[in-house]
Design a protein around this ligand. Structure first.
Ligand code: PLP
Length: 444
C-alpha cells in the first residue's frame, strides 16, 4: 500500500497489514491464499445485490463498451438509456415516471437536493435549507456531509459547511424509558413540526427509510413517515427518500419506503442499482416534481460528463433484469426473515442488545447491559473486535460505532448479496455466534 492515500474508508490504519483480496464469486470473497469469506456486508456496505462474478453482467459491460460507451448528449439521445430509465421507473412506485443517472450515492443525494431546490424556485419560493436527521449518512461531498447527521464523518469539515438543519432520528430501541411507541412518535412529530414552523427556509426533508451503517438498520415507528409526509405536504416541502442502501430489493420490497406507503417525492438510488459492476446512481422523481419543472420551460440545472451514459445504463439494465428474473426481492424477504430469526437467538450472549431490520438489511446492537442498554466502553471498540473474530471464521462483517448519541455505542450492519441461500444464512449465523462469544469473553 505504499502508493495509497489511506483514507477514513480505504485501509485507514497505517500500521495494519491488510490481506489482499483476489476475486469474488456469488456471496464469497477469496484472498490471495485462497481462503473463502462470506461477504456479509455486501462489500463495505450493501452494494453487491446480485453477488460477485456474474458473467452475464461482465458480458454486457464488454459489449456496450464496444458499441457505445458515451455519446454527445447535446445533440443525440440514446436507446439504451431510454430503455433503462423506463425499466427503473417501472420498478418504482406508480407516480415515479422520470429518472436521471449519475455515478453514485453522493451524487444521487446532491442531485435530488438540487432538483428539490429548483422545484421550489420554480414555484416562486426562495428557501435555502435542507432538513435531515441526526444519525443519518447521505454521502461524502461537502454539501451532503453538511446535510447528513453522522458526526464522525462531518465533524472535521464543519468550518466549511453552511449549516443545514437536523431533527432527531426515530430510534425505538433507544427511546426514553417508559414511553410507549406512540408517545415517542408524537414527540418526534412535535419536534419536526416545531422545526418547520420556526424555520421558513426549509425546502426539503431527506431521510433513509431504514438508517444504514450509521445506526445499524433502524426502521421507523409505525406511522412516522406517513405523519412526516403530511406535514411536508402542507408546507410544500419535498420528501426525499435516500434509497442508496435500501433500494432495489435490499429490504425485501422494491424500495425501503414501500414498507410505509412510499409518500416520497424523490428517490435517490445507487449501490445495488448496478451491484458494483459500474459506478451508477439515479434520481427518480414523481410526476408532480417533474411536471412542475417542465412547466417552467427550464431544464434541470445539473449534469456531469458521466450523467446518463449508455455504458452505465446497460449495466444498470442488466442488473435490474437479473434482480427481477431471479426473484431476488422475494428471496431477500424470505431468507432475510429466516436469518433475522436465527440472529434473535444471539441475544443469549449477554452483549447482544438488539437485532433489527428488514429483508437482508439487518443490524445487531451490542451493549454492556441488556436491561439498561448501557453501551460498551468505547475504548474496547467492540464492533471492531467482533469484525476481527468474524474474519478469522470466514466472514467479512461491517462493525460500526456511534449508535448512542451518535458518538459512542457499537453495532454491526449485515447486508449480504440478495442471492443468499438458507444454507449460507446458517453459516453467517454460526460464524457470528462464535465471533461474538469470543469477543465478549475477551472484554469480560
Ligand atoms: C444512505 C446512503 N446515502 C448515500 C451514500 C453515499 O453513497 P456513495 O458512497 O455511493 O457516494 C451512502 C453510502 O454509504 C449511504 O449509505
Amino acid at each position: 500500500m505504499s502508493h495509497l492515500i489511506n483514507s477514513q474508508l480505504i485501509c485507514s490504519d497505517y500500521q495494519k497489514e491488510y490481506p489482499l483480496v483476489e476475486y469474488g464469486k456469488g456471496v464469497y470473497l477469496y484472498d490471495k491464499e485462497g481462503k473463502e469469506y462470506i461477504d456479509t456486508s455486501g462489500c463495505t456496505a450493501a452494494v453487491t445485490h446480485i453477488g460477485h462474478g456474474v458473467e452475464e453482467i461482465s458480458q454486457v459491460l464488454f459489449d456496450q463498451s464496444k458499441k457505445l460507451a458515451v455519446y454527445p448528449t447535446h445533440v443525440f439521445y440514446n436507446e439504451e438509456l431510454e430503455s433503462y430509465l423506463k425499466n427503473i421507473c417501472d420498478f418504482a412506485p406508480d407516480s415515479f415516471n422520470h429518472a436521471w443517472t449519475i455515478c453514485g450515492g453522493t451524487e444521487a443525494v446532491e442531485n435530488a437536493i438540487k432538483l428539490a431546490y429548483q422545484y421550489q424556485k420554480t414555484k416562486g419560493l426562495n428557501r435555502k435549507k435542507v432538513l435531515a436527521r441526526w444519525g443519518s449518512y447521505h454521502g461524502n461531498s461537502l454539501t451532503v456531509l453538511d446535510v447528513g447527521g453522522l458526526k464522525a464523518r462531518r465533524g472535521y469539515y464543519t468550518d466549511l459547511m453552511v449549516g443545514h438543519e437536523h431533527v432527531s432520528c426515530c430510534f425505538e430501541y433507544r427511546k426514553e424509558e417508559g414511553l410507549s411507541n406512540l408517545e415517542y412518535e408524537n414527540l418526534l412529530i412535535s419536534e419536526f413540526e416545531k422545526m418547520i414552523d420556526s424555520n421558513q427556509e426549509i425546502f426539503c426533508f431527506i431521510a433513509e427509510p431504514f438508517v444504514g451503517a450509521a445506526l445499524g438498520a433502524v426502521g421507523p415507528t409505525e406511522n412516522y413517515f406517513k405523519r412526516i409526509s403530511e406535514i411536508c405536504k402542507s408546507h410544500d416541502i419535498l420528501l426525499i427518500s435516500d434509497e442508496v442502501m435500501t433500494g432495489f430489493g435490499r429490504t425485501g420490497s422494491n424500495f425501503g419506503m414501500d414498507h410505509f406507503g412510499n409518500y416520497a417525492d424523490i428517490l435517490c438510488c445507487a449501490k445495488g442499482i448496478s451491484s458494483g459492476y459500474f459506478p451508477l446512481g439515479a434520481v427518480i422523481a414523481n410526476d408532480h416534481v417533474y411536471h412542475t419543472l417542465k412547466s417552467s420551460g427550464k431544464p434541470f440545472y445539473s449534469g456531469q460528463t458521466y450523467s446518463c451514459i449508455p455504458l452505465a445504463a446497460a449495466v444498470g439494465n442488466a442488473t435490474l433484469n437479473y434482480i427481477k428474473d431471479h426473484n431476488l426481492v422475494k428471496n431477500t424477504k424470505n431468507v432475510g426473515s429466516y436469518l433475522k430469526g436465527k440472529l434473535e437467538s444471539l441475544k443469549d450472549i449477554p452483549c447482544v442488545g438488539d437485532v433489527r431490520g428488514e429483508g437482508l438489511f439487518l443490524g445487531i446492537e451490542f451493549v454492556k447491559n441488556q436491561e439498561t442498554k448501557e453501551p460498551i466502553d468505547p475504548s474496547k471498540f467492540f464492533s471492531k473486535l467482533v469484525e476481527a473474530h468474524s474474519f478469522k471464521h470466514g466472514l467479512v462483517t461491517y462493525g460500526c460505532r456511534g449508535t448512542v448519541d451518535y458518538s459512542i455505542g457499537d453495532h454491526m450492519l449485515l447486508a449480504p448479496p440478495l442471492i443468499l441461500t438458507v444454507n449460507e444464512a446458517d453459516k453467517i449465523y454460526e460464524g457470528l455466534k462464535k465471533a461474538i462469544t469470543e469477543s465478549y469473553k475477551e472484554i469480560s
